[in-house]
Design a protein around this ligand. Structure first.
Ligand SMILES: Nc1ncnc2c1ncn2[C@@H]1O[C@H](COP(=O)(O)OP(=O)(O)O)[C@@H](O)[C@H]1O
Ligand SMILES: [Mg+2]
Length: 261
């Protein structure tokens, strides 16, 4: 698969008469950081869900490290090395930060396998040292004894992402990691996340609405419109694309020229 870590061919997903994704073909090389943009309903989450196994594609194939993972259960895909975060942080609210992190480190393959691996001891020396390293890397050590329910939103997001990478995935998908975060906090949050993921050598695909964030953190941008990718290039090129400006970033009014460009 031409050295790609993730390779998607002719992917399609329909829900009854709704075509949520169509004609998506993408190769992601290792260590690339891919931004995914698109208006509400454009198909971004559907695309993420097909890669992580939360949705079964109607058509097409997905290869990860040359293995066909199309339609495999999410738990299997997580175990193979693809992890994710959701738009709403999935932490255990009554546990402290370090307890959450130890649980994720002990389970080792991310939150999808909690039930399958419920018998894993949560307090091994290895889980402890991994949890300590993770709270340092994600700069949340000063909250280590705070219950997750009491955390500021940005810290909860960092914990959620730290837990998603506890199983040492090679690919991580982040669905709107900065949703619900104030503009002032967004850049700081993404700085911490992206440098942590670089340190861990993780290939990242992240869904993001804020074009400044995309421009700053993505090596490459996929622009989704009506279930398909209408632009796939460097951020500057995609953000200057008239269709993207008309349909997605809102920097140009919708007009006929854009439609036929
Ligand atoms: N489970 C579902 N059942 C029916 N339609 C769905 C389902 N999930 C998504 N859709 C539809 O698919 C399209 C793409 O949705 P989605 O992938 O959530 O978009 P985005 O994440 O870009 O906002 C939308 O029209 C949405 O209504
Ligand atoms: Mg979505």
């Amino acid at each position: 698969m031409s050295g790609a870590i993730l390779s998607v061919r002719d992917l399609e997903k329909t829900f009854g008469s709704v075509v949520a994704a169509r004609d998506i073909s993408i190769d992601v090389p290792p260590l690339q950081t891919v931004g995914i943009i698109g208006a509400n309903g454009a198909g971004k989450t559907t695309f993420v869900n097909m890669i992580t196994g939360h949705l079964r594609p109607s058509k097409g194939t997905i290869h990860f490290e040359d293995r066909d993972i199309t339609g495999l259960p999410s738990r299997t895909i997580t175990r193979l090395g693809i992890s994710r975060s959701f738009q709403v942080a999935q932490v255990f609210p009554s546990l402290t930060v370090i307890e959450n992190m130890r649980a994720a480190a002990a389970i080792g393959r991310g939150k999808d396998s909690v039930i399958a691996q419920a018998m894993t001891p949560l307090d091994s020396p290895q889980a402890r040292s991994e949890a300590d390293a993770a709270v340092d890397l994600f700069q949340i050590a000063r909250y280590r004894d705070a219950r997750a329910a009491t955390l500021p939103q940005g810290v909860r997001k960092l914990l959620d992402i730290a837990m998603a990478v506890a199983g040492h995935p090679r690919v991580l998908l982040l669905d709107e990691p900065t949703s619900g975060i104030s503009i002032e906090e967004k850049f700081g949050l993404m700085d911490v996340v992206m440098s942590a993921l670089k340190t861990r050598k993780i290939t990242v695909l992240f869904v993001e609405h804020d074009m400044e964030i995309v421009g700053r953190f993505a090596d490459r941008v996929l622009a989704f419109y009506d279930g398909t990718v209408i632009a796939d290039e460097k951020p500057q090129t995609v953000l200057a694309n008239p269709k993207v400006q008309a349909f997605i970033s809102g920097t140009k009014p919708l007009n006929e020229d854009a439609l036929h460009a």
